[in-house]
Design a protein around this ligand. Structure first.
Ligand code: ZN
Length: 271
């Protein structure tokens, strides 16, 4: 297993000294909050944290910034969460200038540029040290996919099936598509199965799976409520949850700062 992991590279042998590729951490905590794609939406993040109750650890799967009006508030809130593992997402990387924002559509690019102009330098430094991928015990974390952590969208079972060859743990948590999903592959199966998980239902964590909690700050499954998941490693269960937040308040801040109309509108429609 270790030799296969070495193929994925790390800070020392990747040739990208400025990027933190894989980080190994010990999470060792039982009830974990799984958050992804907060996208500078502090109102949604606050609603999620309030709804979640008590938890021991927090897994943030990238894209803290981009699209939304509150990059500083979100990073400051995330930094203080208990037993945090936090990944770099494509919008975080674009804000850092690590990837060219020409790869984004014009409205997303405008949001990246606004974020660069409005993010505090210490918060930019926080983004700079985030890894692309994290391994901890039985779990691999990546923003997009284990094969291509920052960029690849896992939108179909073909892509998902291929990606099961790129991690070696029973579970992999991803974000990036903003869609709550589980890709599940039984031992010996040749194709992954796509499951759309029900809300507010405690389900067993079944190996091997690639799990996406959905997006806190910009859901895209036509349900505008903030999405997140709670994992209990004691009981080996997962629960997907949704929570209502004050979308109008966020839209108000976006209007004030001349955000693209498209990004303001999509929050209320959930796409
Ligand atoms: Zn995103």
């Amino acid at each position: 297993m270790d030799s296969l992991l070495n193929l994925l590279g790390d800070e020392k042998n990747s040739g990208f000294a400025s990027l933190n590729l894989i980080k190994y951490v010990n999470i060792g905590a039982m009830k974990s909050l799984v958050l992804s794609d907060i996208h500078a939406n502090a109102t949604a993040l606050e609603a999620v944290l309030e709804d979640a109750g008590n938890f021991d650890a927090t897994w943030v799967l990238g894209d803290l910034v981009g699209y939304g009006p509150d990059p500083n508030e979100c990073i400051e809130q995330v930094k203080n969460l208990p037993n945090l593992v936090c990944l770099l997402g494509n919008h975080d990387a674009a804000t850092l200038g690590q990837i060219n924002d020409i790869a984004f559509n014009p409205a997303a690019r405008q949001a990246v540029r606004w974020t660069r102009q409005n993010i505090a330098s210490e918060n930019l430094e926080y983004l700079r040290q985030l890894p692309e991928s994290i391994r901890s015990g039985e779990i691999t974390f990546a923003h997009g996919s284990p094969r291509e952590p920052v960029w690849e969208y896992l939108l179909d079972t073909r892509n998902a099936t291929e990606n099961f060859d790129f991690f070696y743990t029973p579970f992999c948590f991803v974000g990036h598509t903003h869609l709550p999903t589980i890709y599940y592959m039984t031992n010996g199966a040749s194709f992954a199965r796509l499951i759309s998980p029900p809300n507010d239902t405690v389900m067993p964590l079944q190996p091997r799976s690639i799990i996406n909690p959905g997006s806190v700050g910009q859901p895209r499954d036509h349900d505008p409520r903030a999405a997140y998941a709670v994992v209990d490693l004691d009981d080996m269960t997962i629960e997907f949850r949704r929570v209502i937040y004050d979308i109008q308040a966020v839209q108000e801040r976006m209007r004030r700062d001349n955000f693209p109309a498209r990004h303001i509108q999509r929050l209320i429609e959930g796409w």
